[in-house]
Design a binder for this molecule. Sequence first.
Ligand SMILES: [Zn+2]
Length: 347
Amino acid sequence: MLVSQLIGRAGRCPGLPTTGRTTALTLIFTRPSELPKLTLKIDADTYRGTRVGVPNLISQLRRHGAGATFLFSLGPDHTGWALKQIFRPGFFSKVSRTSVVEHYGIKTLMYGTLLPAPDIGKTCADFMRQAHAAGFECGIHTWDHRVWQDNVRTADAQWTTETMQQAYGRYHDIFGHAPRTHGAAGWQMNDHAFVQLDQFGIAYSSDGRSQLREDGSLADQDAGPHRLSVFGKPLSCVQLPTTLPTLDEILGRTIRGKLIDAGNAAELLLELTKTPRDHVFTLHAELEGQKLAPIFERLLAGWRAQGYELVSMGDYYQSIQNDVLPILPISWGELPGRSGDMILQAM
Ligand SMILES: [Zn+2]
């Protein structure tokens, strides 16, 4: 949270003297923030996104005084395996919607196929540390995005633990401390993976989505932070699900009678956040950090104007950690604009 925001908020309390000392005391003793929080969760999926998108986002977020959490893919970039999807039904509609080549670049699409897969954690460690040095929270997205996304749902405990330990170890090597948070690649997990988060001592994580209607609005107004029950026991890790659609899920679709394009995507998302409540928005270093930066610029300004505090996952967790949270079973489902099942908050 920014000092200016804290002072601004304290200053709005009626009848408060405005000496520095009293303001400081007020900050300690009042419940943090009545402002709704918009948590910015940034997934860096690829080598290119980490080297180009992450630095772009760091400067953009700093200009807006926004907090955010960067989640990194720490092992090999096998994005190129996505080329194989060209032969799967439905791929071409997805290509025309978000123009995969335009956003990801042809080189990225060849990693792991025609070009060797770069090891992102080895070759981009400085770019990751820059985010931390600039004051942003960092965490684990995955070891190998493609491999995790395609395999974890049905993987056994050993594969899951070993894969997560690779990411954990690499994170520790890069940052010199244990990771505090996690956000699953492709919103794919399994029971063992959730248990492993507890074993790592991860207090909060964002591994799933809240259910959305066709127009992107929340299907359940009570959606939000919760704990999961796994193997008959509640876990201590708090889940902070993504509550808004991502840009690639809305671009190219007709929503509320309008074809959503780069010119009106921000408008639709701002419509979804018009009524204040806490939200988690997932963005991608490869999209908002590059070609879609102008849309993200409008979102940052728009959310500020709507009265949101733009925060990291850690800031959000601080504000809800003492709340009584629902304990829910793991559940799967689809969302409009994205193909395949993912972890969806049970209703
Ligand atoms: Zn991802």
